[in-house]
Write a protein that binds this ligand. Sequence first.
Ligand SMILES: Cc1cc2nc3c(=O)[nH]c(=O)nc-3n(C[C@H](O)[C@H](O)[C@H](O)COP(=O)(O)OP(=O)(O)OC[C@H]3O[C@@H](n4cnc5c(N)ncnc54)[C@H](O)[C@@H]3O)c2cc1C
Ligand code: FES
Length: 256
Amino acid sequence: MKELTVKILENAPLAAGVYRMRFALPEKAEGLACGKFVNISVGDGAHLLRRPIAICEYTEDTVTICYQIKGEGTRLMSAKKAGDLLSCALPLGNGFSLEGAERVALIGGGVGVFPMYSVLKEYEGKGKKFFSFIGFRNKGAVCLADGFASLSESAEIVTDDGSFGRKANAVEAFFAGAEKAAPERILACGPLPMLRALKTGLAERGMDVPCYVSLEERMGCGIGACLVCVCKKSGKEENVRVCKDGPVFEIGEVDF
Ligand SMILES: Cc1cc2nc3c(=O)[nH]c(=O)nc-3n(C[C@H](O)[C@H](O)[C@H](O)COP(=O)(O)OP(=O)(O)OC[C@H]3O[C@@H](n4cnc5c(N)ncnc54)[C@H](O)[C@@H]3O)c2cc1C
Ligand code: FES
């Protein structure tokens, strides 16, 4: 992990209330990978806590993130302009592993679609087959649809209200298409009710496919020191720190 001052190259709306920011790294950062995240200081005295955001795309010297304006921190981020500097810790967390899997299902809901996109970009042209099941609130929130379509073997974009694609959520879309996709690995990120529905649905169907979820827990330090992000290990009197031990966990590993 490095603490870097990065320079914003672009920061523009991507969908309703969602921005895409690309920034330049002042030096090479080791270990950038899909499923990891950055912790951005919004650079305002009143907002000292950093904001964790998934890496959506990266090159050797740039990182792209996509973020939804939720509260004060992300609102301040959206006001930043090209040329502005930000303090940023990166890369953080463990990330996704696809070792041993050729057919991979990606299930993303809301802002959870961005780490899924990072997987597609990282494995672009590397021979794996991706089946994407991506859900948004409504048509206005839909983004990266063309990217998901072109980088996946098949991609289904659904919305809660049916204003774009089918009326369904990402987990419903996945279970409808799971037989055809026949995944050897499932990766998912989204709101907790979505991840719970995935866990229950897999158990009910007796689907024994390795499944990893990325938890977007509230965070403070992002480096394992403050314990704000602690979750309990399933069936054990042990805790994990989502920022340091995760954010990616096997679906049965942690209570959520
Ligand atoms: C590993 C990880 C990856 C994430 N990736 C993305 C992403 O790619 N795009 C995106 O839009 N959002 C992402 N989030 C959620 C994002 O961090 C929050 O929406 C953001 O911190 C809200 O900050 P705020 O000041 O605007 O909102 P406020 O509600 O004012 O935030 C108050 C405090 O709560 C924390 N907080 C609030 N909501 C969340 C949340 N859902 N998760 C974690 N902390 C939260 C904030 O960090 C802050 O400390 C991610 C979260 C985590 C943990
Ligand atoms: S955010 Fe501080 S320990 Fe995880």
